[in-house]
Design a protein around this ligand. Structure first.
Ligand code: THU
Length: 140
């Protein structure tokens, strides 16, 4: 984990995550999260958390950004910015870490709280032992 100065790229991603956070639908937790995912193509995909009265249907901001990107044909990602409230910048939940790992094991993670406190991680740091599915060889 580092808290180094932000680059122009970081600032752009944080701005996008902040804007998207406004679209969060979180009437149950009131914990609004925005994410901006930078694809290797250069395009940025955003997501906000989306809750439901059937709580288990809730989708985190990070996964929504990822799913939007993948369904648009992106499969390779460089960095994700996450903006959320709280004293400390929020890191992706376990499910999101595994979901992001599927496409971007080398992903950089930029976490920012509403006071502008920044933390930088690598997904590798956050998910040191990811689940990997080994396909069985099919019998011929
Ligand atoms: N949430 C996210 O969107 N991203 C995270 O990294 C942590 C949690 C959402 C899910 C739920 O809507 C609310 O925050 C409280 O858990």
């Amino acid at each position: 984990m580092t808290d180094k100065k932000s680059s122009a790229e970081d600032r752009k991603l944080v701005l996008e995550a902040k804007k998207t956070r406004k679209n969060s639908y979180a009437p149950y937790s009131n914990f609004k999260v925005g994410a901006a995912l930078l694809a290797r193509s250069g395009k940025v995909y955003t997501g906000a958390n989306l809750e439901n009265s059937s709580f288990g249907q809730t989708v985190c901001a990070e996964r929504l950004a990822l799913y939007k990107a993948v369904s648009d044909g992106e499969k390779d990602f460089k960095k994700i910015a996450i903006v959320a409230p709280g004293a400390e910048p929020v890191t992706p939940c376990g499910i999101c870490r595994q979901a992001l790992f599927e496409f971007a094991p080398q992903l950089e993670v930029l976490s920012v709280n509403l006071k502008g406190k920044v933390r930088k991680y690598t997904l590798r740091e956050l998910l040191p032992y990811p689940f990997k599915y080994e396909k069985k060889k099919t019998k011929k």
